[in-house]
Design a protein. Structure first.
Length: 240
């Protein structure tokens, strides 16, 4: 899968996504993450990318021209139109469901804003979807873009060390993940639950399912609220 990122800080992407699993996936050719410096597309000799807002007000606004030209430099090479996503607090909230939808795209372009925002006309011209990683404001769209890339990338076949890893966990099935334990058997006087050492896989799966249900009910009751089947299952198991 290919990600192009329109940003004023391309090194942030190399430094963060070049490490660990996303780094290895790039080396393997499973992911192409291509940060593009918007400043390289300025047509003024000072490489200026922002200007004062019409109508007045605090801060600066990113100008349309370099963003548009950077975008055109990508799409002019292609015989298809990749989806362009603008990282914005006004966007569709990022959820596991949205990540699963977006992993089907072969190519995404992410646009990262700074300052007080981007000239609305270039947004109207090139943006297909706005995505938000949560109800808070950051100094730039780079961290949100990296969150989105990471979240989608781990769903791309071959990126995670073991394929089954992602199908089991939090939010994939709408439940929180059960607790995990590793060696030693005893830590600060606390032992690993016996069922996990029993070798009885049906019992282990049953215990894990119950733990997931209990945790979700306790920590994220909102996830249970809209789900009749989960409520039934919780009732049957008397997990209240
Ligand atoms: C996205 C962008 C938060 C998010 C951002 C978010 C940069 N902050 N919740 N900051 O996903 C004005 C112009 C703020 C760009 C934007």
């Amino acid at each position: 899968m290919r990600f192009d990122v329109l940003t004023l800080f391309p090194d942030m992407f190399r430094h963060v996504l070049g490490e660990s699993i996303t780094g290895r996936a790039q080396e393997k050719g499973l992911l192409v993450i291509n940060p593009i410096d918007i400043r390289d597309f300025t047509s003024n000799k000072h490489r200026k990318v922002d200007d004062y807002p019409f109508g007045g007000g605090k801060g600066m606004v990113m100008t349309a021209q370099p963003i548009y030209d950077a975008y055109m430099s990508i799409v002019k090479e292609l015989d298809y139109k990749p989806k362009l996503i603008y990282m914005s607090p006004q966007g569709r909230p990022l959820t596991q469901k949205l990540a699963i939808e977006l992993k089907e795209e072969k190519h995404l372009i992410l646009l990262c804003g700074h300052y007080e925002g981007i000239d609305e006309r270039v947004i109207e011209e090139i943006v297909d979807m706005e995505v938000s990683i949560g109800d808070y404001v950051l100094t730039g769209g780079e961290l949100p873009a990296m969150v989105l890339i990471d979240c989608i990338s781990r769903l791309v076949p071959g990126v995670l060390p073991s394929e089954e890893a992602y199908s089991e966990e939090s939010h994939f099935n709408g439940l929180l993940e059960y607790p995990q334990y590793t060696r030693p058997y005893e830590f600060n006087g606390k032992k690993v639950p016996d069922v996990l050492l029993s070798g009885h896989h049906a019992n282990i799966n049953k215990w894990r399912r119950e733990q997931s249900l209990k945790r979700t009910l306790q920590k994220r009751p909102d996830l249970v609220e809209g789900n009749k089947e989960l409520q039934e299952e919780i009732k049957k198991l008397k997990l209240y």
